[in-house]
Design a protein around this ligand. Structure first.
Ligand SMILES: Cc1ncc(COP(=O)(O)O)c(C=O)c1O
Length: 341
């Protein structure tokens, strides 16, 4: 009998997430598509992994000392992971977040005891951008470190040593392609680098939402954004420290409508309640599966990331009034009463 091992600390609950075959996407692509269930982490997102590695790295370098403080700028999920990790290790957490992110993420951060600072959403070039604000706050706070998830490569190390190895083992070393979108780029770069170490023939594809600049960068060498997206946590306009050297073989650009269609189908047909970045990733995985088949791979096996839970977006993605206000299609099972004109 192989029992699931007892963990010695709640921090050991981070990672080792399940991998699940997704039947609708597999049927659509004509091959096997798998989702790595990152919503199963204690903070309900992929970002717990980066938070833990960043904190452990800062401790190992002697920068983060007992009773210290971690300051981070985040769309929210890294903040949630960071607050849990810091609570477990006795550190204070200050989180800076743009005020257009989901209410649920802000409420969760406050509930966890993080000190939350919200700032208006601005371009990265603006000195009041949440990333720059968090760096300044870290400089002004005693015994504080700046986690700096965008450029601190302890982030992608979490995926080289953890996520990639887990995927390789769960797939029994038989994987043809991997794809996901980039926020910091830690996941795509880290999983890409890790998988290539196991097998350099695994195709790594970037799935980019509209409004991000990476698709054109990897296609034509130029950082150029088109359109916009309501997806939280993804959509990058620069080559972050984590993206430097990322082994990207191919790229897809996916609309919010395509992503939402997969969010709806995965929920209603497979019982998975996910956020929009997961839907966009799944749309990218279907595109990659089709491309690999067209290139002659017989029965490709493609993996993507199911980044976070849909429960985090009840007041946005799952609210008909919010969707209508954004000009997005309302999920049919929600539209009966509220969405009538
Ligand atoms: C919901 C969600 N999906 C995807 C990502 C992207 O992950 P990464 O920062 O590793 O690129 C994030 C990052 O914050 C996120 O919050």
């Amino acid at each position: 009998m192989t029992a699931i091992p007892v963990r010695q600390s709640p921090l050991d609950l981070i990672g080792n997430t399940p991998l699940v075959r997704l039947s609708g996407p597999s049927e659509a692509a004509g091959c096997d598509i798998y989702g790595k269930c990152e919503f199963a982490n204690p903070g309900a997102s992929v970002k717990d992994r980066a938070a833990l590695f960043i904190v452990r790295d800062a401790e190992a370098r002697g920068e983060l000392k007992p009773g210290g403080c971690v300051v981070e700028g985040t769309a929210g999920n890294t903040g949630i992971g960071m607050a849990l990790v810091c609570n477990a290790l006795g550190y204070r957490t200050i989180i800076v977040m743009p005020d257009n992110q989901s209410r649920e993420k802000m409420d969760t951060l406050r509930a966890l005891g993080a000190e939350l600072v919200t700032v208006p959403p601005t371009k990265y070039s603006d000195c009041n951008h949440f990333v720059h604000t968090s760096r300044r706050l870290a400089e002004e706070t005693q015994n504080a470190i700046w986690a700096n998830q965008f450029d601190n490569t302890a982030n992608r190390k979490a995926h080289i040593e953890g996520t990639a190895r887990e995927i390789w083992e769960q797939m029994d070393g038989r994987i043809d392609g991997f794809t996901c979108a980039a926020g910091t780029g830690g996941t795509i770069a880290g999983v890409g680098m890790g998988l290539k170490e196991f097998d350099e023939d695994v195709i790594i594809a970037l799935t980019d939402p509209h409004g991000a600049a990476l698709y054109s960068y990897y296609a034509d060498g130029e950082l150029k954004a088109e359109g916009s997206s309501v997806a939280e946590g993804i959509g990058q306009g620069r080559i972050t420290g984590n993206l430097e050297g990322a082994p990207i073989d191919t790229q897809f650009r996916i609309s919010d409508e395509e992503g939402l269609e997969w969010v709806a189908r995965l929920l209603r047909e497979e019982g998975l309640c996910l956020g929009l970045s997961s839907g966009i990733n799944v749309a990218g995985a279907v595109a990659l599966g089709k491309q690999l088949r067209a290139q002659g791979r017989a029965a490709p096996r493609v993996v993507t990331i199911l980044c976070d839970t849909g429960f985090r977006y009840l007041s946005s993605l799952y609210d008909p009034a919010w969707l209508k206000a954004k000009g997005l299609p309302v999920f049919p099972w929600l539209s009966a009463e509220t969405a009538q004109d």
